[in-house]
Design a binder for this molecule. Structure first.
Ligand code: KG4
Ligand code: ZN
Length: 351
């Protein structure tokens, strides 16, 4: 490899976005394409794994070709191929990972197997060159709700996680209950703007609890009861739900800061980080604790391939001699970022 900044090709296919990007180690996104599968999954009110895997398989190859053409590059110009290798929907992950392996083999370039969560965790550093380690990260997506101390590339300490549902999942289920369709988060946020956040009494599960974790299952059930009672406007339920969720986030983050801080920066990533109420509350919390607040631009919050390519860049920069992950590496449906983290109580716990 020469002295030019590394160029990494990134592939993401772990949920319902098929995405490909070319990113440089000096933070330039040379090209990116993303295809959402919203239309395919909408009739089912959620992501159907088999449909997702098929759609990734159909779209990925032409998108790879398209991104290389957009950037005017060939595989010979690329330093490594980074593909999401887990966690989440295994069929989709396998499509992206196998494609990455094939490209790595054909071009004799290293394969970098990226943990999707690591992609989210490092994505704020792609957008913000001044964001240094360590930082306190709230990772809130459709599959995860975690507080992490991000201490370096590959060094993540999980301080809290959800004992039941992820926050994005709670947004999606609230949307379903209110008949807002899929994907739910943006629809709930939009309707909440017209509602009164104090109108519907809803619980704040685990608020004030001694354990550090999140819980959203009880909130979701309370939303269902409030809706079925017929006593509340949908907009009021949406606004009250969003407020309850934000209150839980702030309570748990305050605890994490008090017990593990200080940190120079509070950072948010993942799909729910696109929510303006969440962003606003976190910004205020950061100001209160005299921390910088960093939130990536919206298109870096929801699933994308630039964050996967960027995680690959971070790995190459940390270890220039890195020869690549083995080509027989397996896709992982579960893959905790912090292998040392204690198991938490509750069924259906998201690692
Ligand atoms: O990170 P992401 O794209 O995929 C996962 O890795 O899960 O996150 C998707 C999740 C979905 O649950 C979606 O409803 C939620 O992020 N989301 C939002 C908003 N935009 C996306 N939730 C609340 N408000 C939003 N504006
Ligand atoms: Zn994600």
């Amino acid at each position: 490899m020469g002295t030019e900044p590394h160029i990494v090709l990134g592939i993401e296919s772990s949920c319902d976005e098929t995405a490909v990007a070319l990113v440089t180690a000096d933070r330039r996104v040379l090209a990116e394409r993303i295809a959402s599968q919203e239309a395919e999954h909408a009739p089912y009110g959620g992501v159907v794994p088999e449909i997702a895997a098929r759609a990734h398989a159909e779209r990925l190859a032409p998108m790879l070709e398209g991104v290389m053409a957009d950037a005017g590059l060939t595989l010979a110009d690329v330093d490594a191929i980074a593909a999401t290798a887990g966690p989440r929907l295994i069929g989709g992950v396998m499509v992206g990972l196998v494609s990455g392996k094939a490209l790595a083999m054909a071009s004799d370039k290293p394969l970098i197997a990226v943990n999707h969560l690591e992609g989210h965790a490092l994505s704020p550093r792609l957008a913000d060159a001044d964001l240094a380690f360590p930082y306190l990260l709230l990772l809130v997506s459709g599959g995860h709700c975690q507080i992490l101390a991000v201490e370096g590339v590959g060094q993540y300490r999980r301080l809290a996680t959800t004992i039941d549902d992820a926050l994005g999942e709670a947004f999606d289920k609230t949307a379903k209950i209110l008949g807002l369709g899929y994907p739910g988060g943006p629809a709930v946020e939009k309707l909440a703007r017209e509602g009164d956040a104090k109108a519907v009494p809803l619980p704040r599960p685990l608020k004030g609890s001694k354990e550090p974790h999140f819980s959203f299952a009880g909130l979701k059930s309370a939303v269902l009861r409030a809706h079925e009672s017929g006593e509340h406007k949908r907009a009021d339920i949406a606004a009250s739900f969003q407020q309850a969720a934000v209150d839980c986030l702030i309570d748990r983050l305050t605890k994490a800061l008090n017990e593990n801080g200080p940190f120079p920066a509070l950072v948010v990533a993942g799909g729910v980080a696109a929510n303006q109420s969440v962003r606003g509350a976190l910004e205020a919390l950061a100001a209160e604790h005299e921390m910088r607040f960093v939130a990536p631009p919206l298109k870096l919050c929801t699933d994308n391939a630039s964050m996967i390519a960027w995680a690959g860049c971070e790995r190459l920069v940390r270890d220039p001699e890195f020869a690549g992950d083995p080509l027989d590496l397996k896709a992982r449906p579960r893959w905790p970022l912090d292998p040392e983290a204690d198991a938490v109580r509750g069924a259906g716990v998201k690692a």
